[in-house]
Design a protein around this ligand. Sequence first.
Ligand SMILES: [Fe+2]
Ligand SMILES: [Fe+2]
Ligand SMILES: [Fe+2]
Length: 397
Amino acid sequence: MLFNVNELLISLSKTLDFSEKEVLHNNTNHGMRVAYISARIAHALSMSDRHLFDLISYSLLHDNGVMASLQNSSRFQLETEISMEMNSAHCIEGEKNIETFPFLNRQQNVILYHHEHYDGSGFFGISGNQIPLYSRIIALADYVAIRYSLGWDCDDIVKSVKQNRRFFDPVVYDAMLELSGHLEFWLGMDDMFVKNTLISMMPRVIREFNYKQIRSISQIFSRVIDAKSPFTGSHSRGISEKTGFICQYYEFDDTTYWQMRIAADLHDLGKLAVSNSILDKPGKLNKKETMIIQSHPFYTRKIIETIKGFENITEWASNHHEKLNGSGYPYGLNANQLDFNSRILACVDIYQALTEDRPYRKRMSHGAAIKIMQNMVQDGLIEPSVTEDMDSIFKDS
Ligand SMILES: [Fe+2]
Ligand SMILES: [Fe+2]
Ligand SMILES: [Fe+2]
């Protein structure tokens, strides 16, 4: 199918800003703002549309390793975006994680070196043209975006860029200084407009993609979700794999198979919007905390429902906590409203959770997990046939 990759990436990368919200307690639109500034610089440097597409993709994804790089203990000690980015682990994790992204021209180490200084004083000591051009652009865009969202005046940002001139590629630096003289440049990155200004600058890259290729993007986000909580570190991956086995068992066609894998990857996307202080809380949650946790499938739906071609995926991913008797959340849908594939994901989610270690209990055996699921079938909560089939598919695993 013809697929708008930009649209997909903008929707999904919004969730990376949620990870910042967790740390900074406000939403900075950081990824989009870095992409916007990078795109403006690229435009000033007369970059081709193909390069612009890749640069914007790299920019939107540049901090995808932040979650994976934060140790649980340090997560709550960070006060500013500056300290959040000042650790080389997020560059290493981020570079590893984008391996599967379908760039038009893949370039090595763009994310790895996005905080390198032109004079060689950065994390890895790489200097000048050894640093990929995209990284040199993202480094300056990032420097500006961070200070902008900390509320600095435009004049102070420019002053700081000038003081640290040695960090930046002179050509990129000149382009940035030229842009900074126009009020419109700054207005375009306002929270209210940044998404629209970015979209208007993006070359519309519509590519012939099948769902298997789109899965190479959703996989990136499933790893970001899994990195969010140390207690559920392989939950999305496990669900995606098990969903794959089940789809093969039911002999689903290729499109449905990959759509289900994507839905499985993204089902907990909304958890990126839920604070770790609630997600990882030992002990009982109060009413408000329960409500916040239960909102995550709703966020998942809101993030992906506008992506064309994601209609089925949205349903299956967002219904994973609904129950056949209407007692699930957040919609309270009932059997008539839950199709077979939604029921599959709900069952796999339960099975996967039960067979994973949790801080308060060890993983359960296959038999114990299926026993609990059979009780849930008795109570009219989940699909009997899927439970039965999962018993035979995963018996020996
Ligand atoms: Fe960064
Ligand atoms: Fe950044
Ligand atoms: Fe969930």
